[in-house]
Write a protein that binds this ligand. Structure first.
Ligand code: ELE
Length: 219
């Protein structure tokens, strides 16, 4: 079961609005990356469901987070259908993210009070997701859709909480363009975790990058 309830996850997202997105098949690497992010001020972490045994790694990371990163909410990403969402919720996922909106995933997340952040590429999808109980919608792929879309949709739908993901960069220029447009949070994967940094186990570099990126996430 989730360690953090919906309110706690949303409050963390409001306070530290950057969600690192990461997958590694080696649980030790995944744990080190989660801890490096935690030390850099990150309070929400999305472990993506990539590969057949990703849930086994998630289970180990989840135990580690409970012991070593008590303030962290651990979510799962790349979820496209309800069976996989249920599997991860059983393993303690605090929130569920996906590249698309699936109403069946919304239903089972709602039943357990777990926030579902679905990927949406149009204003109508965001509307359908909101009606299905999604408090935060993920604008995906962000670099294709752009900050102007966020500004545009917030004019008629100012209640919308948007987390943009896909091509977001940990630079002041990129992050401030999204936050100026009105996003609630950003999700960031490949640009926050260059392959060389992970291969070299340069965890301090990740901690520093997270600290710096969070300082650019100004609403
Ligand atoms: O897994 C999901 O649910 C996705 O939607 C796709 C990606 O994980 C993110 O979009 C990360 O994107 P980058 O920051 O560009 O690496």
């Amino acid at each position: 079961m989730a360690r953090n309830n919906k309110l706690s996850v949303l409050n963390k997202m409001a306070a530290a609005p950057m969600v690192p997105v990461f997958y590694h098949k080696d649980a030790e690497v995944a744990k080190a990356v989660v801890k490096a992010c935690y030390d850099g001020g990150v309070r929400l972490f999305e472990f993506t469901n990539r590969g057949d045994f990703a849930h086994e790694v998630f289970a180990e990371v989840s135990k580690f987070v409970a012991e070593e990163c008590p303030e962290m909410a651990l979510g799962v990403g790349s979820i496209v259908e309800p069976a996989t969402a249920a599997l991860y919720m059983q393993l303690g996922a605090d929130f569920v993210v996906g590249p698309l909106f699936n109403p069946e995933v919304a239903k089972i997340c709602n039943r357990r009070g777990v926030p579902y952040v679905p990927g949406c590429g149009s204003i109508s999808e965001i509307g359908f997701a909101q009606e299905a109980g999604c408090d935060v919608c993920k604008l995906f792929p962000g670099d294709v859709l752009g900050p102007k879309m966020v500004k545009g949709l917030l004019a008629p739908m100012p209640w919308s909480k948007i987390m943009v993901t896909g091509g977001v960069e940990p630079t002041e220029e990129n992050l401030s363009s999204w936050f100026k447009a009105g996003v609630f949070a950003v999700g960031m994967g490949s640009k926050l975790f260059p392959k060389e940094t992970i291969a070299a186990a340069n965890w301090n570099v990740i901690t520093d990058k997270c600290k710096e990126a969070l300082s650019f996430c100004k609403k």
